[in-house]
Ligand binder design. Sequence first.
Ligand code: EPU
Length: 420
Amino acid sequence: MQKLIVQGGTRLRGKVTISGSKNSSLPILAATLLTKDECVIHRVPDLSDTNYMLQILRELGAEVERASGTMNIKAEKIVPDTPYDLVVKMRASICVMGPLTGRLRKAVVSLPGGCVIGDRPVDLHLKGLEYLGAKVQVDGGNIHIEAVEPLKGCTMNLTSKYGSTVLGTDNVMMAAVLTKGTTIIEGAAAEPEVEDLANFLIKMGAKIEGAGTTRIVIEGVEELHGAEHTVIPDRIEAGTFLVAGAICGDGVMVRNVIPAHLKTTIELLQSSGYDVTSTKDTVTIMQGTSPKGFHLTTRPYPGFPTDMQAQFCALACTIPGLSSIKETIFQNRFMHVSELKRMGANIELDGDTARITGVPMLSGAPVMASDLRASAALVLAAINAKGTTKIDRLYHIDRGYEHLDDKLSSLGAITERIKE
Ligand code: EPU
């Protein structure tokens, strides 16, 4: 198993180019199943999650060609059965369910299990497809979806007690584009990744209004055609590098970003005492002169992203004073806390809230990555810490950050991958 060795105490400086968004790429790749024509998707990051999605598309019958970040996908003839082995490897594979239902009126996808950050049910995905008229049955660990009658547009609300659902909104939108009549999704996820998917679907001939807001209106069409699309920059990768700049930087610029997508991250860094400036497609963070503690609560977009919570937790460990972090999206997204404590962090966890008192210096330790963003938080803390940190279960990072260690090294971090 691969581990990352980080030699702490270095300062980061320079420019880093941000990759295409993982969470946009996954549903957009799935959406290519909606047409027999060829689609061309640019700036797909090279990650284990995107590679799993491409394997799933191949197993479903699509021809996939890859040249660097550009994917040519032609799903002329496809089958509705999604391979169990691949689906269990990646929860986001659930997003082939919408396109398969839309195009074939049939889908078989294994039920994704819980995951380390919480229970993560898919009830809203299924409810949404049922509203459109599909019959849903869970049998032998598989979700079977079938529409004997043609699907029909309707109005539905897709909110859970934790707020909107990103992949649930994606799934219903992808089924509804080929569903007769008008579908209105109230309580839709407004995340930029949902809007990016809608923009791709519109290029394919779909009629969608309101994506990027909490009310999406879809007018079904007979069929979709091939299209070419470039995935938006990864706002979470960009945010992670900005927090790295805050924790241990002397001037870090993220390039190829959409600053508007980073608004809450930028504002929180600024209110914590960091000098953050933006241009049309870059954001730069300078060393904080007198950083101070902050209080954040995770919320669906445009609120503060749960996917940035762990990285800010690492930051809070390194700045003077008291900070608090309240996680409202996932029940169990504090796996990084115990590992940060091993590095000397002062964190008190009380249900959905972490209270963090900054310490003068973290110290390197052997730690365990538990999920994607928790792992990133450990890497950032390790660069700041005194001594060496060994991060186990590196595969979590490779799921969602394209060449994270190489990019950090180019800014001055000292990292090494080892196999043990
Ligand atoms: N929820 C339900 N029922 C459902 C669906 C969701 O109760 O049917 C609940 C979830 O349990 C959670 C909340 O609604 O409490 C939000 O979950 P959501 O469905 O929005 O999450 P997701 O679509 O499965 C995506 C991202 C996650 C990101 C969340 C929230 C992808 C591939 N994944 O997941 O990204 O944290 O939205 O923004 O887009 C990550 O990149 O590290 C990551 C976990």
